[in-house]
Ligand binder design. Structure first.
Ligand code: HEC
Length: 210
């Protein structure tokens, strides 16, 4: 009996603090992933904006569309590779069919529209969740006056012609300032099973009495 009780005691002392410890670590880990997601989005957004402004200044909107067409997916790929995550943009009304939202993104984009209708500021709108695919993060993108050149009503002739040529199924026009143009979207893949097991072993080893 004493042996069983001792076993039980070891089992409980080993397990209880481990779960508390793991929880505490998990929440700091999530916080880090949120901070890193925000940093990656900022890096991506700054690079896109710099490229857009440079292209508009150099060759006008028609030329800028062609630059966006090549550079935007490339910048997304560079930021993704740098972090080993999936980093991209999506929208309920997308221009590039590669940016079509998946089911999870579509739900979040619809929630963003509801949050906007309830008066929330687009600039601060974000959402994060632990999913089967990994840690996912989205941040809403506001429509600014600059964006209307290529995403508004009344597009210039050259802009419309270039868009027709490159994006025959374009959905991303008719936007107004203050609407949600789309969102940045990140997937940080889950840690592998092996890494999670090693982590558990570390926790157990560290906390086992004696
Ligand atoms: C010079 C024209 C131009 C301007 C100005 C412009 N865009 Fe775009 N935008 C494009 C093109 C072209 C694409 C498609 C890029 C691609 O193929 O990935 C695009 C794609 C996007 C996407 C990705 C989703 C989708 O529709 O495929 C978002 C989000 C976006 N733009 C937001 C903005 C915002 C916000 C602004 C203003 C700050 C802006 N754009 C200004 C041309 C423009």
């Amino acid at each position: 009996m004493g042996f069983v009780r001792l076993g039980l005691l070891i089992f409980i002392t080993a397990l209880l603090p481990a779960s508390v410890f793991a929880d505490k670590n998990m929440s700091t880990e999530v916080d880090t992933r949120l901070i890193h997601s925000r940093q990656a989005v900022k890096m991506f957004a700054d690079a896109l904006m710099a490229e857009l402004k440079f292209a508009l200044g150099e060759g006008g909107p028609g030329r800028a569309i062609k630059v966006c067409n090549i550079e935007a997916p490339q910048i997304a790929k560079d930021v993704s590779d740098a972090h080993r995550w999936q980093v991209g943009r999506t929208s309920l009304r997308y221009r590039n069919p590669d940016n079509v939202p998946d089911a999870w993104e579509e739900v979040v984009l619809r929630q963003f529209e509801q949050r906007l209708a309830q008066g929330e500021d687009i600039k601060k709108m974000e959402y994060a969740e632990e999913t089967d695919a990994g840690y996912r993060y989205m941040k809403a993108i506001p429509t600014k006056p600059l964006c209307l050149t290529c995403h508004g009503d009344n597009l210039g002739e050259e802009v419309q012609a270039t868009l027709n040529e490159l994006y025959p199924d374009d959905n991303a026009t008719g936007f107004k300032v203050g609407q949600i143009r789309g969102a940045f979207s990140i997937i940080q893949p889950s840690r592998s099973l092996l890494r999670r097991l090693l982590y558990q072993v570390q926790v157990r080893f560290f906390l086992l009495p004696g």
